[in-house]
Design a protein around this ligand. Structure first.
Ligand code: SF4
Length: 348
């Protein structure tokens, strides 16, 4: 085990001034939707320009909620297609599936040595989800430990997150501090890179966009399907008749316009809404067309990938191979410091 006095040393990877290493993960809920894109993927694509990035499909997290073993492989594949279609680049980033790298679960177990149960029980997500369940799976409580393992395994220094994940990232930092303090400094305390988009509401205009709430628009959906979804979007409830004046600032359709419609058209959309000179259906049609245009390149790329699924599997396998190299190096160090190098590594 490492000398405890080393606890004050700086971690060897990811220290201040070094190029940032980014880790982020997304659960495999199938094809990505607008919320995934605005809240994460759009930012991930940009981060590739000046960071070393690890992007992971976190299928082992998916088992902490309702899931179907029959559907999971398809959902992983569909999310991988979405990743690649929007521009995550396997030449520049490591793109892989969590369960392909066994060290994630090994490190999660080893972090149990320092992860505080009290903190786990205080996590808002755990409290919300467990309150709705009669029988609470242990995985729901331990989820943030696996999340910490995902990040610390790659000694990531930065993690793009939405506000709702900040609490989990703070726990990761706490776990890193505790582990470093006990076994010697190894893990950087990762910093958040907050999503610029804030909370993306679903078509109901009320709850966060989420497949489980059926309030999403798929980024790779065909034009008819996009329109079929967008036309159901809830608008300003004060607009009952077509010529009622509206309030774009309270309408989620307008918020989505600001993300997808040509910025030069935004003042006209707001003005016509306020004046009651453009109906909501027409306004939504403009949004639908903007979304379809925005993702036309991604749809074409996704069609190519779907026509050659082996290409997707190859990319994920190569990503997993790169990820495993990094993961093995970290886990070797962790085992050694935790006294599990009992035969000088000869047992492995
Ligand atoms: Fe919303 Fe557009 Fe209707 Fe105004 S006109 S309430 S912005 S959908």
């Amino acid at each position: 085990m490492a000398d405890p006095s080393a606890a004050t040393e700086q971690p060897t990877s990811g220290e201040a001034g070094a190029a940032s290493r980014v880790f982020s993960g997304m659960q495999p809920s199938g094809e990505a939707h607008l919320g995934n894109y605005l809240g994460a993927l759009r930012q991930w694509v940009r981060l590739q320009d000046d960071h070393e990035c690890f992007f992971c499909i976190v299928d082992q997290h998916a088992i902490t909620g309702e899931f179907s073993p029959d559907e999971l492989p398809t959902r992983v594949f569909d999310l991988a297609v979405s990743f690649l279609a929007v521009g995550l680049d396997p030449e520049r980033s490591t793109i892989f599936v969590q369960s392909d790298v066994a060290e994630h679960t090994e490190l999660a177990w080893l972090l149990n040595a320092v992860a505080p149960v009290g903190e786990l029980e205080r996590m808002t997500q755990y409290k919300d989800k467990s309150a709705r369940l009669e029988s609470i799976p242990a995985g729901l409580l331990n989820y943030p430990i696996l999340q910490a393992a995902d990040i610390l395994l790659y000694r990531a220094t930065a993690v793009p997150v939405g506000e709702d994940q900040l609490q989990h990232l703070e726990l990761t930092r706490e776990i890193a501090r505790r582990w470093n303090g006990r076994f010697g400094s190894l893990f950087p305390e990762p910093q958040p890179i907050l999503s610029e988009a804030g909370r993306i509401l679903g078509l109901d205009g009320n709850a966060k966009m989420s497949k489980s709430l059926d309030n999403t628009v798929g980024i790779l959906a065909e034009p008819d399907e996009v329109w079929g979804r967008v036309r159901t979007a809830v608008t300003d409830p004060q607009r009952v008749r077509r010529d009622d004046p509206g309030r774009p600032e309270v309408c989620n359709v307008f918020t989505l316009h600001k993300h997808f419609t040509d910025p030069e058209r935004i003042p006209d959309i707001a003005q016509q809404c306020r004046a009651g000179t453009r109906g909501c259906v027409e306004c939504k049609k403009i949004l639908s067309d903007s979304i379809v245009d925005h993702f036309s390149g991604a749809r074409a790329r996704a069609a190519e990938l779907r026509a050659d699924p082996d290409q997707v599997y190859r990319i994920l396998e190569e990503g997993a191979e790169r990820a495993r190299r990094e993961a093995r190096s970290t886990i070797r160090e962790v085992r050694e410091r935790m006294g599990m190098d009992w035969a000088g590594g000869r047992s492995r």
